[in-house]
Design a protein around this ligand. Structure first.
Ligand SMILES: [Zn+2]
Length: 214
């Protein structure tokens, strides 16, 4: 567990005296309450996520171990792919067998670039980010894809998809800044490159030179 204010590692976030009676622990390094989200409503956390506050991402990525049980982790991954598929269907106004292939191939390229960039470009000698941290950062920071669910039922302008993609991209960059402790500029360029590669890989068939593959 870590202090959401400064990222310093701590042993526990609170002391429990009796059921419902807890005292939040202060960080040794910055002397602030280590994680005040423990006593906050979920809506406050959600607003801070939308505002791209680093401490909200630190809380979700490091101080909520129950979120990352083996079962929930895989379910989140499958939900992510389903929502991405629905987004692609919505963009193309129809379903075809190629859509599934494009979604899987696009995401494979997306994750591969992020993993390689994290190990070679973002991590410093003092910080090593595990593969699991990278997957968690992607899943947590893509929470806005949940708004694609109502878009499967109701009609929205295509520009809404674009806005969702832009916010997910910036959220990805903040989450990578938190898990790698690299500079914000590097995280933005890495996530931007990964999204461009995903866009290109999931639309290879539409590029004349690459049409021969199909
Ligand atoms: Zn601190």
């Amino acid at each position: 567990m870590i202090c959401v204010q400064c990222g310093h590692q701590i042993d526990s976030l609170f002391v429990q005296y009796s059921p419902g009676n807890i005292r939040l622990i202060k960080c040794d390094k910055c002397k602030a309450i280590a994680d005040d989200y423990i006593e906050c409503e979920f809506m406050i956390l959600f607003i801070d996520l939308i505002l791209h506050k680093h401490k909200a991402y630190r809380h979700l990525l490091y101080n909520c171990p129950n979120l990352y049980s083996q079962g929930l982790f895989w379910k989140s991954g499958i939900l992510y792919l389903l929502l991405d598929t629905s987004r692609r269907i919505k963009g193309e106004l129809g379903f075809s067998p190629w859509v599934l292939f494009h979604v899987f191939f696009g995401n494979l390229m997306f994750i591969s670039l992020l993993l390689v960039a994290t190990k070679t470009f973002l991590n410093s000698s003092s910080k090593t980010t595990s593969y699991k941290d990278v997957f968690q950062a992607i899943l947590v920071s893509s929470y806005l894809y949940i708004f694609l669910l109502p878009m499967m039922v109701w009609k929205f302008p295509y520009s809404v998809l674009f806005i969702v993609d832009i916010i997910v991209l910036s959220s990805n960059a903040v989450a990578f800044k938190v898990v790698t402790e690299s500079t914000m500029t590097r995280c933005i360029w890495t996530c931007f490159s990964a999204h461009v590669l995903k866009f290109w890989a999931s639309r290879m068939r539409e590029f004349p030179l690459l049409g021969a593959f199909y």
